[in-house]
Every structure is written in C-alpha cells, then in structure tokens.
Design a protein around this ligand. Structure first.
Ligand code: SAM
Length: 500
C-alpha cells in the first residue's frame, strides 16, 4: 500500500519534486502533444508510448512509469524526481523494482481544473496491467467522478461528507470550499489511498470505514456528495462483486437506501449531490418510479435523467467493465446473469442521472422535479445547480402571488428563436433558448414570448401580464393561468431572474 507516513515529515516534498520534474498537467501535455494526450484520455496508450519511447526527460520517465504503467530504468528514475530516488519511492509504496527496472505499484497523475492542481494515487487500471481487475480495485478518476464534481454546488460550507470516497477525488474538490471534510468507504484499501492523497495534497480529512451512513453515527452535514456504488449487479454466484461499483444491495437498492437516510444527516438548508442508476419496470414511467424515492422524506428533489439503456446494453457495459472483453471465457455467463436478473424483476429500462436534494430550511411543502436532459450542459454545472436550488426554493416560498409581484429580468445567456413557414407573417414556433445551465430550449406561446420580451425589471409579472392581456384582448386571469406554468419553468431554470 502507499504509505502516507512516508510523507509525514514534509507532505509537500513529493509535490514539490513532481512540479520540479514538470509532472504537471501542462508539463505532460507539452511532453505528449495533443494527439497522444487525447488518445490517453480515451485510455489508448500506444501514441503516448511511441512519443516518449526515446525521451529520457524527467516528465517522460514519470509519464511512462505512472500514467502508462510501463517499466523504466532504475537509474533513469533516480534522476527524475529531486530528493525522491527509486529507493525512496519504493519505501513510500509507489514503485516496485526487479533488478534494474522499476514498475509503478500505483497510478499517480496530476488532476485539476483551471485554478487547482492536485496529484492523485489510485490502483493501476486494467489498461495498464493487461489483467482483469481484482474485486478490491480502487478506482482512479473516471467520467462519473468528473460528472459529480462538475454538478456539485460549490457554496462555502462548514461540514461536508464524501460518502464512498474511493481515492478521495470528491474530497479534493470539497477542500476548496468546506471547512471540515468527513470521507467514508467500506473499502480499507480505498481509505488508505485516500489518506495518501490527502497527505500528498496537504489536506486533513476524517476517514471512516463502514456502510453508507453507519460510520458517521448521527452527524449532520451542510453538503453530502456521493458517487455511490450504484451499479445494479445480479446477486448470482460467479458474478464478481467489485467494491468500487457494487453496494451489496438488490437492484437499485443502494441509492434508495442512501436517499431514505439523507434527512437525518443534512442540516436544514443542506444539500446532497449524487449520481445514480434506477430501474424502470415494464409499463412504468421513470419519473413515477424515481419520484417515489423521495415520498415522505421531506426533501426537495431535483432529478436529471442523462441517459437510458435497455437491459442488454447495461449487461454489456457492466459485464465488460472489470476487464473481461466480449468473446472472453465467462463473458456470456456474466451477460446472461444480468439479463436474467433484470427479467426476474420485470425491468424494461435502466436510467442514469444526477440527483440534487435539499433539506428545506423552513416548514413548507418540499418541491420535486424530474426532468430528462440528454444533451451537453454547462461545465462546470455546479453554479447552475446552486442557482437552480435557490430559484426553486424561492418559487416554493414566494408562491403564485410572490411571482406575480416579482420584477423579473431575462438572463444574459437567453436568446429567442422564431420559426415559421416561408412568407408567413407570424411564426409558428417560438423557442426561448438558454446558452448555459441545462441549455434548456423552451417552446412558448405568443403571450409568454411577449412577456419575456418585456422582462427588464421595470414591471411586475402581474402588471406585464395585465398589459399583454389587454393587447391580445383576452381576460387577464385566463392569460395569467395559461402563462404562469411556463414562467415558473423559466424562473426555475434561470432563464428569467428574480433578483432574490
Ligand atoms: C464509484 S466509486 C466512487 C469513488 C469516488 N468517490 C469517485 O467519485 O470517483 C464508489 C465507492 O463507494 C465505496 N463503497 C462501496 N460500497 C459502499 C457502501 N455500502 N458504503 C459506502 N461506500 C461504499 C467503494 O469502495 C468505492 O470506493
């Protein structure tokens, strides 16, 4: 295991050495060039291998060792990292040697965004080892990790929980805006790797072992993030139960169980951001199935379905995910186990999405919204989630009268499209389109389009709708009744702003 104690005297020493070696996001991209870098993002190593094969620079040495999983010469590695020769890296648990060659014991690479750069240790992937994964594999940073990090609102908070921390990637992001971080996992190996990553990056987290909320007792948090082990796995002999993706429940039980326990662990006004898969039985609508998860929880819930798969697509994805390729011995047996499991419960479709919940701060009816958005969205999405939580909460608290009294303005990223038959005087379709956020395109009628066009904060909603009603020569209450649902939707998603 990587040994965090080896960083104890001077946790920043290895970080400084990695920077000096230019084993940074920029340094690696300069060393590999765009094509090999892009290929490596797609988990294709060959272009990066070819580019670095005759390069003995420190960064190329470290890329070959830690990012490609290739052996490098011990003498070459001795020169790559100031103050960290091969022997010291070996005693830190990061490399092993055989004679004159050093091999990575772990994946180690820089990770970050514009204003942050971290270094992250995780287990070597199957691409690097060429072997199927062991069941106690600790994941590196994947697409799901980055999706959750992108969608998490980054309000400053006092206490945050990272449930199912793995290598600790979500806690790295939390470190920028949470004063105290608790990170949990059932996997002892994951917690050791997270401890290493905390030390390497100069952070202190409470790392606790156990199932879901058990390790935190009755503790409450302002923000809970979880990329939980949501993969639906058949409970059948012979199907591997990978710790990193399998929460040990039947069907989608792990996320349901997590959601039911959230109210006891959120402070009033607290938010939880989760990823999940959900099963949709034959003849049912996903919104009804997932919507029920929140019944009697008292939680506000906002669920965005991003993708759906039929049982065969899901079976293919997850029977191959541990490194077993189609055609390999055992692949069809696993594929069949997934199909049988779904068939036994009458599952027609599996949804994937992002769930945002909030424990209301005041005594009111919780709001609930389930939408499907499969196209690209703003990146990062966190600011839009934060604004969306505030707007939906404002709508729930202000009520219809509050909305009629509000002076709304149009957000800067909103445009209007009008489509009509060639030569027609009036458009047959008017769409109000959002540039950021969920990139909503809302089809509106003439009255709502007219309303949006006068939203400059001058008139209240009620005054503007009254004026439009007399222009269109329709009764005001009829126009208000017909227009308010669309206006609420535009406010909820940030196309119209309340100024609150
Ligand atoms: C999909 S990984 C997420 C890792 C990391 N947080 C990320 O965003 O990439 C799920 C993590 O949950 C852990 N886990 C599995 N079952 C769990 C349970 N019942 N309670 C808490 N954590 C669990 C796994 O060991 C794994 O580290």
């Amino acid at each position: 295991m990587p040994n965090p104690a080896s960083l104890a005297d001077d946790p920043a020493a290895l970080r400084r050495a990695l920077i000096a070696a230019r084993f940074t996001l920029d340094g690696i991209s300069d060393c590999l060039g765009p094509m090999a870098s892009q290929a490596l993002h797609r988990e294709q190593r060959l272009p990066a291998d070819l580019v670095t094969r005759d390069d003995t620079s420190p960064v190329a040495t470290l890329v070959r060792l830690f990012a490609l999983g290739l052996p490098v010469g011990v003498r070459q590695l001795d020169r790559a990292l100031p103050g960290w020769d091969t022997a010291r890296l070996r005693s830190a648990g990061l490399v092993r040697t055989d004679g004159s060659r050093a091999h990575a014991a772990y994946d180690l690479r820089p990770y970050g965004e514009d204003d942050h750069q971290w270094w992250v240790v995780s287990d070597l992937s199957e691409v690097m080892t060429g072997e199927p994964l062991p069941v106690d594999h600790v994941l590196g940073i994947g697409g799901a990790s980055m999706t959750l990090a992108s969608w998490t609102p980054r309000r400053p908070v006092a206490r945050a929980l990272d449930l199912g921390t793995g290598c600790g990637v979500q806690s790295l992001h939390l470190a920028g805006h949470a004063e105290h971080i608790v990170a949990t996992d059932t996997s002892a190996r994951a917690l050791e790797i997270a401890a290493w990553n905390a030390a390497l990056n100069g952070y202190e987290w409470d790392l606790l072992r156990g199932d879901l909320f058990r390790p935190v007792g009755g503790a409450e948090f302002d923000l809970i993030v979880s990329n939980p082990p949501f993969v639906i796995t058949p409970r059948t002999d012979g199907v591997p139960t990978y710790e990193y993706r399998d929460g040990g429940r039947v069907g989608d039980g792990v996320v349901r169980s997590l959601i039911r326990q959230l109210p006891q662990h959120l402070n009033p006004g607290g938010v939880a951001q989760l990823l999940a898969n959900w099963e949709v039985p034959e003849g049912k609508e996903w919104r009804d199935v997932v919507g029920e998860w929140f019944d009697r929880t008292g939680l506000d819930a906002w669920v965005v379905q991003r993708d759906t798969q039929d049982p065969a697509e899901y079976a293919e994805l997850w029977s191959g995910d541990g490194g077993l390729r189609a055609g390999a011995t055992g692949f069809e047996q696993l594929y069949g186990a997934w199909l049988h499991d779904f068939e036994a419960r009458g599952i027609a479709e599996i949804g994937f999405g992002v769930i945002t919940v909030q424990l209301p701060e005041t005594r009111r009816r919780p709001w609930k919204e389930l939408v499907e958005v499969t196209g690209p969205v703003q990146s990062p999405m966190g600011p839009a989630i934060d604004a969306g939580l505030r707007a939906r909460t404002w709508l729930a608290e202000a009520g219809e009268q509050g909305l009629l009294d509000a002076h709304l303005t149009v957000a800067a990223d909103v445009t209007e499209e009008r489509h009509g038959r060639p030569g027609a005087e009036d458009p047959s379709v008017i769409v109000i389109r959002q540039g950021g956020g969920l990139r909503r395109a809302v089809r509106v009628d003439t009255a709502v389009a007219a309303f949006v066009s006068v939203c400059d904060g001058e008139l209240s909603t009620g005054q503007a709708l009254g004026a439009i009603a007399s222009l269109l020569d329709v009764p005001t209450d009829e126009l208000v009744r017909g227009s308010l649902p669309a206006i609420q939707e535009l406010v909820a998603d940030g196309l119209l702003l309340t100024g609150a």
